[in-house]
Design a protein around this ligand. Structure first.
Ligand code: NAD
Length: 258
């Protein structure tokens, strides 16, 4: 019987937010974890928009730690702007970080994992914005839609090599991407208070919530090609949800809660 490969986790984007929470959770359970990033605390500096840097980071990681059994790609950037106003160069920039970068990082490991006989698992971090329309977030939505589809195609192409590929799609999650000031809190932002209220579970997501889903997906041996929405029920509402809100308000008035 072949020995189980020693678990080694790679987190691309592990310097902040969700990636840092994944790295912390894995290390807390004793898994050797390597982080790549361009900011924050990280083990290997790698800009995911640069194919040469990815190749170099793969080389350094193999030499110092080995071939990972799980690769999580959380590296990404937000973007706001109306489609009619946004400069064409912005399209390329956002796509390069949010869609091309994760694809390049994942595929850079396929050959090495195959050679090492590692039954590897990839999880990329997409977004509910891959599926939902937000005015002023067109480029972000498009980049995450591209990433979700790349994950599905990769799952089909790499499954026969023993590799699983999935995505987690968070809703609004409290990380430095939202900003660090009070304006990025439910108390300081009417927008975020509204978002928290719209979730079924009544609060914003935390980086640890998303990390939990990522780590769970890595361990699900019969799951591949899935985009797991992890948003506390934020995206459950249909376009006619205002009807439900009206009924609830009426019920509250009857029971004296309103
Ligand atoms: N926070 C949210 O509400 C939310 C919602 C949905 C999806 N997401 C996605 O979750 C992922 C993690 O975001 P977060 O909220 O933890 O934000 P974050 O800003 O805290 O972390 C993003 C990390 O990606 C790194 N990064 C950015 N560009 C990079 C590049 N070119 N090369 C290498 N690393 C790069 C940053 O340095 C940072 O450490 C992102 O892909 C984001 O789009 C976040």
């Amino acid at each position: 019987m072949q020995d189980e490969p020693h678990p080694l986790a790679l987190v691309v984007g592990g310097g902040s937010g969700i990636g840092a929470a994944v790295a912390d959770a894995l290390r807390a359970r004793g898994t050797t974890t390597v982080t790549w990033d361009i900011a924050g605390s990280h083990d290997v500096t790698c800009n995911v928009t640069e194919p040469d840097e990815i190749d170099e980071a793969v080389g350094v990681t193999r030499m110092r730690w080995g071939v990972p059994t799980t690769v999580t790609v959380t590296a990404g950037v937000g973007h706001a702007g109306l489609l009619v106003d946004t400069a064409p160069e912005e399209f390329d920039r956002i796509m390069r970080v949010n869609a091309r970068g994760p694809w390049l990082c994942m595929r850079a490991w396929v050959g090495a994992m195959r050679e090492a006989g590692v039954p590897g698992s990839f999880v990329a971090v997409s977004s509910v914005s891959a599926r939902l329309v937000d005015r002023t977030m067109g480029l972000y939505c498009a980049s995450k839609a591209a990433l979700s589809m790349l994950v599905e195609v990769a799952a089909a192409e790499w499954g026969p090599l023993g590799l699983r590929v999935n995505a987690v799609a968070p809703g609004v999650t409290r990380t430095p991407m939202l900003g660090n000031s009070r304006a990025a809190s439910v108390e300081g932002s009417p927008w975020l208070a509204g978002v928290a209220d719209r979730t079924a579970l009544g609060r914003l997501g935390e980086a640890g919530d998303i990390a939990q889903a990522i780590i769970a997906l890595h361990s699900m041996e019969w799951v591949t090609g899935q985009v797991l929405e992890c948003d506390g029920g934020l995206s459950l509402h249909s376009p006619i949800d205002s009807y439900g809100a009206t009924v609830r308000a009426q019920a509250d008035r009857h029971t004296g809660n309103g």
